[in-house]
Design a protein around this ligand. Structure first.
Ligand SMILES: [Mn+2]
Length: 347
């Protein structure tokens, strides 16, 4: 990567707008905080963040509150006030990313490769700085790499935010991590605030969270190598990812797919714990033409809009294609947790 082209892409003065994908996760938030710090420290550029979609996963809410990550509401952006826009942890043409209009695009930094469902026209447009590289497990690692390239030492807040991003997207270097992530993880870990990290790791949880757990336990089914959890309405798209991650830990199964409806879309997350698994093409098949998705290595996520099809239709579609993908079409399902099995004490 020619890092110097980053400096060339920046405006000489004015404010930069930062944005990431809808429902920002710790990697998106960390990359934004790191980018804001780099712009300010090295280039004397102020920046503002705009966030789209609520952050509801308790850990992410805690990260945002404790690190005082302040953002403009989506509708509150005056394009005239900004000299340019940088997108992190996503790409402007991805369907889950809607940068505010009217601000010239400076560039984007992302570790996800392309997704079907993206707008091909936008892709052709000239973008001054375009850095997409899946040899990074997290965009926060890429931003940390830029910080190091420009000789900027992150302060405690920035290091903590970036560290949250690297550890979240790589599951503490266990998932899709490369040597770049390893270097950033070690470096940022030294500089991050441990007390804040602890508080972000173990936030208090609303009662709703436990209700969702019960629903997921009731909905989970096992088909050969797959744990399939087709949910109805869920608290947030992130709870779908959380269920997929959690059920992947089931002994004996190597794939976990969870789906749930949130904000007019059916969200689907696919995970595998097979070392060489490639989740993206599998999810691509499962979502079909109706959906958009992205992913890297053992994880993929996507959604189908609940416009053309009803929730029930989409649930049935995802289920049918998942069983097809895992060659379990005529196989009887077994519930993840049988209500009568186990305790031996039920009447
Ligand atoms: Mn990421």
């Amino acid at each position: 990567m020619d890092f110097d082209s980053f400096a060339k892409a920046l405006p000489e003065s004015g404010q930069v707008l930062l944005c990431t994908h809808r429902h920002p996760d710790p990697d998106g938030l960390g990359a934004m905080v790191g980018m804001a710090y780099l712009l300010e420290q090295r280039f004397g550029l102020a920046s503002a963040m705009v966030l789209e979609g609520r952050i509801r996963r308790a850990e992410n809410v805690a990260m945002r509150e404790l690190l005082e990550i302040r953002a403009l509401p989506k509708g509150g952006v005056d394009p005239a006030a900004y000299a340019g826009l940088i997108v992190v942890d996503s790409q402007p043409h991805f369907t889950h990313t809607h940068p505010p209009g009217g601000v010239p695009l400076i560039g984007f930094i992302d570790h996800h490769l392309g997704s079907v469902g993206e707008n091909q026209d936008d892709q052709e447009t000239e973008v001054p700085f375009r850095w997409v590289d899946d040899s990074y497990g997290a965009t926060s690692t890429m931003v940390d790499h830029l910080l190091r390239h420009y000789g900027v030492e992150p302060d405690v807040r920035t290091a903590t935010a970036l560290f949250c991003g690297v550890r979240y997207d790589t599951n503490n270097l266990l998932r899709g991590a490369t040597e770049f992530d390893e270097i950033s993880f070690r470096r940022l870990e030294q500089q991050a605030d441990r007390k804040l990290l602890g508080a972000i790791d173990q936030p208090s949880l609303p009662r709703e969270y436990f209700r969702q757990i019960r629903e997921a336990l009731d909905a989970g089914e096992v088909f050969g190598p797959l744990v399939l959890t087709i949910l109805g309405e869920v608290n947030s798209p992130e709870s779908v990812a959380e269920v997929a991650d959690w059920f992947l830990r089931l002994k004996g199964q190597t794939w976990s797919l969870a789906g749930g409806a949130s904000e007019g879309r059916y969200q689907v997350s696919l995970r595998s714990d097979l070392p060489d698994a490639d989740a993206y093409p599998v999810l691509r098949f499962i979502l079909g033409e109706q959906g958009a998705c992205g992913g890297h290595g053992r994880m993929a996520g996507g959604q189908i809009p609940l416009t053309e099809y009803s929730l029930e239709e989409v649930q049935a579609m995802v289920r049918r294609r998942a069983l097809e993908a895992f060659e379990q079409v005529d196989v009887a399902s077994s519930p993840l947790v049988s209500r009568t099995q186990g305790s031996g004490k039920n009447p």
